[in-house]
Write a protein that binds this ligand. Structure first.
Ligand SMILES: Nc1ncnc2c1ncn2[C@@H]1O[C@H](COP(=O)(O)OP(=O)(O)OP(=O)(O)O)[C@@H](O)[C@H]1O
Ligand SMILES: [Mg+2]
Length: 230
């Protein structure tokens, strides 16, 4: 994923280049990830997809939010779930309240229908994290979580999950076990090779199916943008 240039339109939504500038080369790259996901789903059901990375701040939330937007722009009905209860951010990205969310659904204080937020991107619904609980891993590994994903799959074409980093807490491994696919984000010049390998090993130990790796924050020379179809 090329590094975004600093200047964005004044009305830029936090990190959502696919929404504010769908024709940009960066948005085109997110559409390439979308195409690759479609190819990966030819022989298997691939509806529940999570994004993770080895460490904090490597671009997990940015990647999954933009992927949610390009899938919705293509006409798929999409639910984006903030399953990063350690550092939730989806409600900031989509500027929605976080009084209800995943934790409220898992603790049966609200139904999925009651807790989702219709974003201003057509076809894209958001389930924010909800109030942060003391026991995120327990909630994420509960039967309620599996049931919630099963019922979300009936309503939506794609259910995307943002998660915490693999090397920090077990949550991503827990979720990797119940999602149909995992996209691993690696940050150019930041992620250590050994750490990326360790994250991959941990995910595979939990029987996660790694679909591929997104290279984020790669410096791209202006002239190279030509090849992205500008
Ligand atoms: N391709 C990119 N170009 C420029 N900035 C980026 C890019 N990807 C992510 N960022 C910025 O880097 C910061 C961290 O990104 P993001 O929040 O997506 O990472 P994260 O892996 O979800 O972090 P955390 O582990 O804290 O949840 C954000 O400020 C985001 O806007
Ligand atoms: Mg994040």
């Amino acid at each position: 994923m090329p590094k975004k240039r600093k200047k964005q339109p004044a009305n830029a939504t936090r990190g959502l280049i696919t929404k504010v500038d769908p024709k940009s080369p960066v948005s085109e790259q997110y559409r390439t990830i979308r195409t690759n996901l479609h190819f990966a789903s030819i022989d298997q059901e691939l509806k529940t997809i999570m994004v993770t990375s080895s460490n904090p701040s490597e671009g997990k939330s940015t990647t999954i939010a933009n992927l949610a937007v390009v899938l919705a722009q293509q006409g798929n009905s999409v639910l984006l779930i903030d399953a990063d209860m350690r550092k939730p951010s989806v409600h900031y990205t989509f500027r929605c309240p976080n009084t209800k969310g995943l934790t409220t659904v898992l603790t049966k204080q609200a139904s999925l229908e009651e807790a989702v937020f219709a974003s201003d991107v057509e076809n894209l619904h958001i389930l924010t994290s909800g109030p942060i609980p003391p026991n995120p891993s327990e909630l994420l590994s509960s039967k309620a979580m599996e049931l919630m994903l099963t019922s979300a799959k009936v309503t939506y074409d794609f259910v995307l999950l943002d998660t915490p980093p693999v090397l920090a807490v077990t949550d991503a491994q827990v979720l990797g076990n119940i999602c149909e696919g995992v996209v691993l984000v690696v940050s150019s010049g930041k992620t250590e090779v050994e750490q990326a390998v360790r994250a991959k090993d941990l995910l595979e130990k939990s029987k996660a199916k790694i679909l591929g790796v997104v290279l984020n924050e790669k410096e791209v020379k202006q002239s190279q943008y030509y090849y992205y179809g500008k």
